[in-house]
Write a protein that binds this ligand. Structure first.
Ligand SMILES: Cc1cc2nc3c(=O)[nH]c(=O)nc-3n(C[C@H](O)[C@H](O)[C@H](O)COP(=O)(O)O)c2cc1C
Length: 183
């Protein structure tokens, strides 16, 4: 039996994979923010789309630098993920406040987040306004990952526990890998 659901629609289509998006302001100061509205939108060329609220400092940073890094956090830094998604980097160094470490990227001036398992460096090629968010479409220019993060051509989620957002302060993770050829 179907019932009408009062849940916000984005909470019904869940969980959503969480990223830590690093960016850089016009003075070269790095920032980091938690984002769950992220999706891959093209395989060739590889493109990612991120939805950033117009009030975020990250919005200002990416608008001026035209680049960002999509970093993949794991459950062992969930506290940092929550904090990076609660406070703004507008007032000071959020990397330091949250306890995360900026490290050099391969192709961008914007740093990666050291504590994350994978890093996808993107250059913005397009933007689109969508309600109260802006969609930044980024072309992937470099990717790096932690040794042992990949197995059989996919992310090894039995080792690398991704952060999945259910809504508000609620999260979950993944651990089981199912090969549908075995069904
Ligand atoms: C789990 C989680 C997911 C979030 N997803 C998004 C998102 O997809 N887009 C967005 O603009 N803000 C999102 N936020 C909120 C921002 O991370 C938050 O406003 C942050 O303080 C922005 O930081 P900034 O001002 O330094 O950019 C999320 C927060 C959390 C905790």
């Amino acid at each position: 039996m179907k019932i009408e659901c009062s849940l916000k629609p984005n909470r019904l289509f869940a969980p959503q994979l969480v990223g830590l998006v690093s960016s850089m302001d016009k003075n070269g100061r790095p920032n980091v923010a938690t984002l769950a509205w992220i999706t891959s939108v093209s395989a060739e060329p590889p493109l990612f789309c991120i939805a950033v609220g117009r009030s975020r400092y990250t919005h200002q940073c990416i608008t001026s630098s035209r680049e960002f890094v999509l970093n993949l956090p794991t459950m062992d830094i969930l506290k940092e993920v929550q904090l990076a998604g609660t406070i703004s980097g507008r007032e000071g160094d959020k990397f330091e406040k949250v306890g995360l470490t900026p490290v050099e990227s391969i192709a961008l001036k914007t740093p990666c987040v050291k504590e994350c398992a994978a890093h996808i460096e993107c250059k913005v090629i397009d933007t689109k306004e969508a309600g109260d968010h802006t969609l930044f479409i980024g072309k992937v220019v470099a990717t790096t990952c932690e040794f042992g993060a990949v197995k059989d051509g996919v992310l090894d989620v039995s080792r690398i526990k991704p952060v999945l957002h259910l809504g508000g302060t609620f999260f979950t993770t993944a651990g089981e890998i199912v090969d549908s050829r075995g069904l």
